[in-house]
Design a protein around this ligand. Structure first.
Ligand code: ADP
Ligand code: MG
Length: 489
């Protein structure tokens, strides 16, 4: 695996960035981690709160097997060790939206231990990033500060929903690597359906631990930037934070370990609080919950039932469809994209299908900010367009124009071709007419061609295509031109 390290330049020379990430992923489950209340998004405030979530005296938490199974499946997909015995602890702190006065989390004995994932970088190289651990914990409620001029309201709907906290080793060396890591984690979680990965809605959030050091030296003191809710903000925050730390150290200052917030409007990080030490939380095993014991056979069954993961799919795409690793990587990075490609490629040329999905469709989605599922062109529609090209009804160039209109209007490819009279000209007599026209207008070039300047064939081709507004059947024009030009006259 290639090294993609890049160093940051300071007044005193090279600096290396060191990044470790903590991803909080909301578990896909109908009920909360320790209660039967619903996890549905967007319900009226406090309509999904059980007595357990509201921390009424005497209420006892009961573990939800679905959440455990989701955490185990996630651990398996991250290539991580599953701990057959884990323990839930109380992490004590006060938040107005945490009525228990503590969060049930896992500390010394998490459900998932060490693992590793491969991240894919822009330049086509990849790198391994270690997973330190994954543990289960409860989410807190939400304080609403904008409902009343002088009061804060509390919504406990989110209180008690299961979160997986996925902690990485400090293995990333650039903002790009951190971004690629979050994208890969999100892709894996979506593939296996354990988290929807929706960062805008807050179902996936990320804290970045950032430090800098001189290459080869021990790790420096880190700062933690909290609650980054998009990959773009994560990368910006890391870049800002690294520059801030380098400047302080080069100014003979010292980095203080602390928690910082990212201000996305001003593109800077600001101090929030000095970092608490773990002992401040007075962690202790929750006496209401027994240690969680899993059966090895149950874990093995979950493992056997995991769907194909992105890395496996990528290898299959290269082998089965003959795609390049780069193309396969782009296609498998999102499950719906991979599925789109596979339905399109069915019974068609896979490379052509891949080019259309990656080049034309993804380009258009990006430009218009459209999600794939919402696109008016689905595999069936795009497939019909490719069929028109392959039947020589339209040329590849005309197909691009047809696609534009299909994407905007959702019209059928054949209808667009008919309405706009874009059918390919495959009538030999008509084409010969255009060829004569072009050759007559370029008698000098024809003479050059005949004394050996054969690359002019491309020029004549281009002229004929132009004369027909791109509608001529290129294969046929090529054939007709060659035979016409080889004739003595
Ligand atoms: P805490 O309990 O304070 O959150 P952890 O030991 O769990 O501390 O580490 C949290 C994250 O910080 C991990 O992702 C880890 O990889 C990262 N980390 C640890 N040391 C450094 C460092 N010197 N620079 C950058 N990241 C670091
Ligand atoms: Mg932490």
């Amino acid at each position: 695996m290639a090294e993609s390290r890049r160093f940051l330049q300071g007044a005193t020379g090279d600096w290396e960035l060191v990044i470790g990430l903590e991803v909080h992923a909301q578990v896909i489950s109908e009920a909360k981690l320790f209660s039967g209340a619903s996890t549905g998004f967007g319900a009226a405030p406090n309509s999904q709160v059980s007595l357990v979530d509201a921390a009424m005296p005497g209420m006892l938490p009961v573990i939800n097997q679905q959440c455990v199974s989701q955490a185990v499946r996630t651990g398996l997909a991250l290539g991580a060790a599953i701990n057959l015995e884990s323990v839930f602890d109380r992490k004590n702190y006060f938040y107005p939206d945490l009525p228990q006065g503590y969060q049930i989390s896992q500390y010394t004995r998490p459900i998932v231990g060490k693992g590793e994932i491969v991240i894919d970088l822009e330049d086509g190289t990849s790198r391994k990033v270690g997973i330190t651990r994954l543990h289960l914990e409860q989410d807190a409620g939400k304080s609403l500060h904008d409902q009343h001029p002088t009061k804060t309201f509390i919504d406990l709907n989110r209180s008690g929903i299961a979160l997986m906290e996925i902690v990485s080793d400090p293995d990333m060396r650039s903002a790009e690597e951190a971004g690629a890591y979050v994208k890969k984690i999100r892709s894996i979680l979506r593939y296996i359906g354990t988290c929807d990965g929706n960062m805008e809605q807050g179902s996936m959030r990320c804290d970045a631990n950032v430090s800098v050091r001189k290459p080869g030296k021990p790790y420096g003191t880190r700062c933690e930037i909290k609650n980054l809710n998009s990959v773009r903000f994560l990368m910006r925050a890391i870049e800002y934070e690294a520059a801030r730390q380098i400047e302080i150290i080069e100014d003979n200052g010292r980095i203080v370990q602390e928690t910082r917030l990212f201000d996305s409007d001003r593109v800077e990080t600001r101090s929030m609080r000095s970092k608490e030490e773990a002992h401040d939380y007075r962690y202790f095993p929750d006496p209401d919950l027994l240690p969680l014991r899993l059966k090895a056979e149950w874990v093995a069954k979950l493992k056997a039932e995991l769907p194909e993961l992105p890395d496996e799919k990528m290898i299959r795409f290269v082998e089965q469809y003959g795609l390049s690793a780069d193309d396969a990587s782009v296609l498998v990075s999102e499950l719906d994209r991979a599925d789109f490609f596979e339905s399109l490629a069915k019974g068609r040329d896979p490379k052509q299908a891949a080019n259309w999905v990656i080049g034309d469709l993804l380009g258009k989605l990006n430009k218009t900010g459209t999600e794939l599922f919402a696109a008016k062109v689905q595999p069936e529609q795009l497939g019909k367009l490719l069929d028109l090209i392959n039947e020589d009804t339209i040329s590849g160039r005309i197909a691009k124009q047809v696609f534009e209109e299909m994407f905007e209007t959702g019209k059928d490819a054949a209808d667009v071709v008919k309405e706009r009279g874009l059918d390919q000209i495959s009538d030999e007599k008509a084409l010969k007419g255009y060829i004569e026209q072009v050759l007559n207008a370029n008698a000098d070039k024809v003479a050059e061609y005949k004394v050996g300047k054969e690359k002019l064939l491309g020029f004549f081709m281009g002229q004929v295509m132009r004369a027909t507004e791109g509608k001529a059947n290129p294969k046929l024009v090529n054939k007709l031109l060659q035979s016409r030009l080889s004739k003595e006259d």
